[in-house]
Write a protein that binds this ligand. Structure first.
Ligand SMILES: Nc1nc2c(ncn2[C@@H]2O[C@H](COP(=O)(O)OP(=O)(O)OP(=O)(O)O)[C@@H](O)[C@H]2O)c(=O)[nH]1
Ligand SMILES: [Mg+2]
Length: 461
């Protein structure tokens, strides 16, 4: 497909011509000048280049006269095409989608760009994306249409094409209008942080309840983005690897989605009722409940496993656990507790997901003690700790006894771990090394049953 047009004053190809060439993936963009007599004059053409070390996207060739052009166009384009084809198939790495991460932050803002991008990178990795590039834009002011300026947005799309990216992930959340405007610039998928997290949750949800909650959050996210046009819809909502609410559901209109939301909410209410009854029974049994909370990937499930000899799934990825798991832990003298593991927290947890998982977190109200697990080996552990604690406040859990558990002490200096633990009145442990858990068990015992010394902690499931 080529675009041949006239330039009445014989001017060379404009930058708009060239961006169209790239963004529309044309084979050729040509301009024919017009001479004084109104006949064909000079001639310029541009075509896309295969990947090259100079990072050139296209080549422009100029001819003084249209009649000088001697080019077997068909042959030229088909050999170029072959080259481009080879280029692109070379990109495929074990079927992973290639992502470019983008952060757009106004110059004066104090937003923690690097930290946030680091976390976005982790999220992308968890979602199975292969991050090939990270782009940071610092405009004087945000452009409401594309977040960044339109020139920069086009540049970004071209870079994506050139590097063979499949998907662009924004660290900032895009408004429905921005998501639509950006998708119009390109064939690539454009998603934001929220959608990435929704996607991970969708992949992770296993129980009926978990699946319903994630679907609810996805539908609520989708609804305001279903404005009019149907074309961008499947692209916008396809999610990574085509997950997400699925094509057919996307074609249904807003009303059907609203109905679905209503039905899910009803079903979740039923589920909540029966789990409330279960909780009441458990509460009545009088066995103290200790709930493990904390940022995602800090080692909550590992700790549950170590404490109770269980084998809840543990992985070095974000949001491995979505559903609550409870296990018993016996102390000497016939004492026992119920330990529960919960979904991890994250900064800027998408509003819809927070709402959806609120009921899961409401179980925390039954807890007699919260173990707040913190990954002491993370350079961001203080921010993560504050984030979790402010979320607990939001959930009205501020009054619960909390014990801070500084995990992964095996990865840091021992003195450092102990100093931090002392400063925050917590304990330092390594969930991977059960012999480090004694002081934790001691503290749990003290908090629940007073000071009686705990000599021999038996951690049998
Ligand atoms: N070095 C070290 N690694 C640990 C320790 N505890 C957990 N890990 C690792 O940290 C990663 C995350 O552990 P999980 O137990 O899945 O973390 P989580 O908090 O349950 O994570 P989510 O459920 O995804 O929120 C895994 O790779 C664990 O092996 C520890 O004490 N030391
Ligand atoms: Mg877990």
């Amino acid at each position: 497909m080529r675009c041949i047009h006239t330039h009445l004053k014989g001017e060379p190809l404009s930058s708009d011509d060239l961006t169209d060439l790239a963004l529309l993936r044309l084979d050729l963009m040509a301009a024919i000048g017009v001479d004084d007599r109104g006949l064909p004059g000079n001639f310029s053409m541009a075509y896309l280049l295969p990947k090259n070390p100079e990072g050139q996207l296209w080549r422009v060739e100029q001819y003084r006269s249209f009649y000088e052009v001697e080019l077997d166009f068909k042959e030229f384009i088909s050999s170029l095409e072959d080259e481009l084809e080879r280029d692109f198939s070379a990109y495929e790495v074990d079927g992973k989608e290639r992502a470019i991460l983008v952060s757009v932050v106004p110059k004066r803002s104090s937003y923690p760009i690097d930290e946030s991008l680091e976390e976005l990178r982790e999220l992308a990795r968890t979602a199975g994306l292969d991050v090939i590039d990270v782009v940071v834009q610092r405009p004087n002011e945000l452009n409401p249409k594309y977040l960044m300026g339109s020139g920069k947005a086009k540049e970004l799309m071209m870079k994506a094409l050139q590097t063979g990216a499949d998907i662009i992930v924004f660290d900032q959340n895009l408004t429905p209008a921005q998501a639509e405007a950006l998708s119009e610039l390109t064939d690539l998928k454009v998603i934001d942080r929220t959608q990435l997290i929704l996607d991970i949750f969708a992949k992770r949800a296993h129980t009926r309840e978990g699946k319903l909650k994630v679907e609810l959050a996805q539908l609520k996210y989708t609804l305001p983005r279903l404005v009019g046009r149907g074309v961008a819809m499947s692209r916008l909502m396809g999610g990574i690897g085509g997950r997400g609410p699925g094509e057919t559901k996307l074609e249904v209109d807003r009303r059907r989605i609203k109905e679905r939301i209503h039905r899910i909410e009803q079903e979740l209410k039923e589920i909540a009722k029966s789990s409330r009854q279960r909780r009441v029974r458990r509460k009545r049994s009088g066995i103290p409940i200790v709930s493990i909370v904390g940022y995602t990937n800090v080692g909550k499930s590992t700790l549950l496993n170590a404490l109770t000899n269980s084998d809840v799934k543990v992985e070095d990825k974000l949001f491995v656990t979505l559903d609550t798991t409870s296990r018993r832990l016996r102390f000497p003298e016939e004492r026992e507790i119920i330990v529960t593991d919960t979904v991890g927290f994250i900064r800027n947890l998408p509003r819809d997901l927070f709402d959806a998982f609120r009921t899961t977190l409401e179980e925390l109200h039954d807890a007699d003690l919260l173990l707040h697990v913190i990954d002491i080996s993370s350079p961001r552990f203080r921010e993560q700790m504050e984030e979790v604690e402010s979320l607990l406040m939001k959930l009205d859990l501020g009054g619960k006894p909390v014990l801070r558990v500084f995990n992964k002490m095996d990865l840091v200096d021992r003195d450092y771990a102990e100093r931090i633990a002392e400063r925050y009145k917590g304990v330092a442990v390594s969930a991977l090394h059960r012999e480090t858990l004694l002081s934790l068990l001691q503290r749990i015992h003290e908090i629940l049953w007073g000071t009686g010394a705990l000599r021999e902690a038996s951690a049998s499931g």
